[in-house]
Design a protein around this ligand. Structure first.
Ligand SMILES: NC(=O)c1ccc[n+]([C@@H]2O[C@H](COP(=O)([O-])OP(=O)(O)OC[C@H]3O[C@@H](n4cnc5c(N)ncnc54)[C@H](O)[C@@H]3O)[C@@H](O)[C@H]2O)c1
Length: 360
């Protein structure tokens, strides 16, 4: 494996890949890393004992010992890196958002499919143990038809706080603000649970007078008639980020709060008592999803795959590597990213034109 971009998310992937390797869950090697910042590169190569470093991503892509390229550079760089890696016949994992628009994402998908390579995308919420458990609950119990999904997603401005990434304030690099850069994860969750969207109505706000939005409220109507609503906000309040996710069905409710330290899921069926599901149970659903038998793995492997907060990165990589080995497209993949981008684009258009945008 080779990884481009040794910043915040690049190091998160290097950490989870190292945990997977140490636990012998994957049979691979982190052969090379790349960053234009020599200091970050040196630090990461020391920290993760990576033998080869490059300052130009074309050199990493050309490295014969690299079969799979992790693309973890800022968003505007993804397209050139995807094209270089696919042209070299390498499999790819590219961070979200894939691009600045659905059209760009489609272009990237076309290049990847022409090259016949495997292409995964960083819509990591699909590997959160509580959301996987929620999906399983819906399969097991009679929740009835889906009615409403709501996500309230708040985060301190990731510009000069927490992430310290000034590029997130630059639209030409990030593509936009809280909707595309952060809540594309939420859009993907809606699609994953309630299926394809029929139309979108949105109000996008720029309260901070930056060129990227700091507020997005969306009403998405799905093909099955269910509705998803999103309230996504970047603010200056010194509080933990929180992603409050609720699903209402005709006969049931599921609620999960992520990032806030609340490590449980609540659900209730019609007239039954509410149930609280803790991480130990949700972890079993995640392992089952990965095809891993909890009884057969040691504690290091269990921790590597399920540690709350890191589970989504390690489980995604575990699944990605297995897909590549089995000659299958990973999940989520570029097609999932295209559909998420289609909704994001429609939301921006809706807010600009002050009307509902049809997606069909
Ligand atoms: N899936 C997730 O949960 C998640 C979380 C955070 C960020 N992201 C995405 O990951 C990407 C990177 O975000 P980040 O927070 O890690 O940013 P960052 O600024 O912390 O790190 C980006 C790194 O890329 C390097 N870089 C820039 N241009 C480069 C080039 N041409 N060649 C090689 N390296 C280059 C920078 O020097 C920096 O070290 C963004 O697309 C972001 O949206 C995804």
């Amino acid at each position: 494996m080779g990884l481009i971009g040794t910043g915040n998310i690049g190091r998160t992937h290097l950490t989870s890949l190292t945990a997977l390797l140490d636990a012998r869950l994957i049979n691979a090697e982190i052969a090379a890393i790349c960053d234009i910042d020599p200091q970050s590169l040196l630090q990461a190569s020391d920290l993760f004992s990576v033998p080869q470093t490059y300052e130009d991503f074309n050199d990493l892509v050309a490295d014969g010992s690299v079969d799979l390229v992790y693309i973890c550079a800022p968003t505007s760089k993804h397209i050139d890196m995807v094209k270089a890696a696919t042209t070299a016949g390498k499999n790819i994992f590219c961070e979200k958002p894939l691009a600045h628009s659905c059209v760009q994402a489609q272009d990237m998908y076309a290049v990847a499919s022409d090259a016949g390579i495997k292409a995964g995308v960083g819509l990591v919420m699909r590997y959160n143990q509580f959301l996987i458990h929620a999906k399983r609950l819906i399969g097991i119990h009679d929740f009835g038809p889906p009615k409403l999904a709501h996500i309230r997603d708040d985060q301190h401005y990731p510009i000069d706080h927490g992430y310290y990434s000034r590029w997130r304030g630059d639209k030409s690099v990030a593509g936009g603000g809280t909707l595309i850069e952060h809540s594309i994860h939420d859009i993907d969750i809606f699609r994953w649970f309630f299926g394809e969207a029929k139309n979108v109505f949105a109000k996008i706000g720029f309260y901070s007078s930056r060129e990227i939005e700091d507020h997005a409220s969306l009403i998405i109507t799905h093909e099955n008639g269910a509705v998803s609503t999103l309230d996504s906000i970047w603010h200056n309040v010194d509080r933990s980020s929180e992603r409050v996710i609720e699903f209402f069905f005709e006969r049931g409710y599921i609620g999960v709060t992520l990032e806030s330290g609340k490590t449980w899921l609540d659900y209730q069926l019609e007239d039954q008592v509410p149930v609280r599901v803790h991480a130990e149970t949700a972890n079993l659903s995640l392992l089952e999803e990965l095809g891993v038998h909890a009884k057969n793995i040691g504690s290091a492997a269990y921790d590597a795959l399920t540690a709350v907060g890191m589970e989504r990165y390690s489980a995604l990589s575990y699944s990605l590597l297995n897909s590549i080995r089995n000659d299958e497209q990973p999940s989520p993949n570029f097609l999932d990213a295209i559909e998420a981008h289609r909704i994001v684009d429609a939301a921006y258009a809706s807010s600009n034109r002050k009307r509902i945008i049809d997606l069909l």
